[in-house]
Design a protein around this ligand. Structure first.
Ligand SMILES: [Zn+2]
Length: 137
C-alpha cells in the first residue's frame, strides 16, 4: 500500500460512521494510465444527519484545487468517498452525480475496521458506468 491509499483509508476511518470524501490528484497523458500523486481530503458538507449515507463537496473546492494544481501541470483525476457499512458500489445518487472520465474510488468500511476499495468510471461517450481495471495502490 502506498501513501495515497493509506491516506484515503485513514480519512475513511477517521470519519466513520460518516462518509469521507476527497480528491485524487495526478496527471493524465493520452493513451496511458493516469498517474496519481496524492490524495487530498475534503469536507463532507452534506447535512449532518445525512453524512452517513451521502457526501457533498462544495464546487468551489473543485475550482480552487484545479487552479492550484494546474500551475504544476496536475489536475483532479478522481473523487474518493467511503461507504460506511455498505458495499463499494455506486449508489443511484453516485451514478447520477458522476462526472464522466473521472475515477471514482469507493472505500467500503465497517465497524470491525474491515476496509476495501473498488474503482469506477462513467464513460465519456456512452455514459455507461463500469468498474475499472485500474488499481490504485
Ligand atoms: Zn456513494
Amino acid at each position: 500500500m502506498t501513501g495515497i491509499i493509506s491516506k484515503a483509508y485513514a480519512h475513511a476511518k477517521k470519519e466513520y460512521p460518516y462518509e469521507c470524501c476527497g480528491f485524487l490528484i495526478g496527471s493524465i497523458s493520452q493513451g496511458e494510465e493516469p498517474a496519481i500523486i496524492d490524495y487530498v481530503p475534503a469536507d463532507n458538507e452534506d447535512l449532518i444527519g445525512n453524512r452517513a449515507k451521502h457526501f457533498y463537496i462544495d464546487p468551489l473546492k473543485f475550482y480552487e484545487l484545479e487552479k492550484k494544481y494546474a500551475e504544476q501541470g496536475l489536475e483532479i483525476i478522481g473523487i474518493v468517498h467511503s461507504h460506511p457499512d455498505a458495499e463499494a458500489i455506486p449508489s443511484s445518487e453516485d451514478e447520477r452525480n458522476m462526472i464522466p472520465g473521472l475515477l471514482y474510488l469507493i472505500i467500503e468500511i465497517s465497524n470491525d475496521a474491515h476496509i476495501s476499495k473498488r474503482c469506477w468510471k462513467k464513460d465519456l461517450n456512452t455514459m455507461q458506468i463500469s468498474e475499472t481495471a485500474y488499481s490504485i495502490n
